[in-house]
Design a protein around this ligand. Sequence first.
Ligand SMILES: Nc1ncnc2c1ncn2[C@@H]1O[C@H](COP(=O)(O)OP(=O)(O)OP(=O)(O)O)[C@@H](O)[C@H]1O
Length: 245
Amino acid sequence: MSLMRLENLSVTRRNRPVLRDVSMSLDKGEFVGLLGPNGAGKSTLMEAALGLIAFQGKSDLAAQPAHQRAQTAAYLPQSREIAWPVSVENLVALGRIPWPGASGAQDRTAIDAALDRMRLGPFRSRTATRLSGGEQARALIARALAQETPLLLADEPISGLDPAQQLACLRLFRALADEGHGILASIHDLGLAARFCTRLILLAGGEVLADGPPGDVLTPDNLSLAFGLTAHWVDTPFGAALIPV
Ligand SMILES: Nc1ncnc2c1ncn2[C@@H]1O[C@H](COP(=O)(O)OP(=O)(O)OP(=O)(O)O)[C@@H](O)[C@H]1O
């Protein structure tokens, strides 16, 4: 079942075309990694899909009324700004705003589950603005999880996380997809994206260069075209690893 569909989405920023005729859909159970060089348009694609910036073409999410959209899609923006010195628990509780009809018990369960999933139990009473950068990033992911939406759009969710937290976060996203959620996450680490995502979309020059299973997308030709990078897949005891040279 499709959770998100873009048809011929184009975005112009400062009179420059950033995205051209991007079409894609994302189904329940998919963890899609959005790849591409800096400036390729990954954040722009998420912002336009959510209706946060002007675009041409169609986005079914952007067409929804705001309250319905907030019950469909949680969004983790790339900027990790936390504006107020609230407790981590209260920051995560902001994720419940789209559900005014939920009971206190439902809200509490969602907040506790999100804190637990991001291993933030010991931080719940701490002031969010006084956490480390990676801890703040995890608290913001927890806020998005507390929203309990079928769809999560996460812009560089593992940026700033240590290696163990990166793995835990991607394992969690994969588990959420296996439970039936749909996830679109921009990721710069190609090896981790290949390992955890069910599907990859590679953006380059404002267009979708490749869309499919990781092995089909991360080909030497595509990596050279998108990043100007020479890279090889090497078999290791832990599975295939991508080595840039
Ligand atoms: N608010 C803005 N106003 C004007 N141009 C912008 C704005 N935000 C981004 N751009 C431009 O749009 C293009 C795409 O930017 P975007 O942030 O979508 O790229 P990205 O793929 O997410 O990059 P990165 O990997 O560096 O996060 C870039 O050329 C960028 O300079």
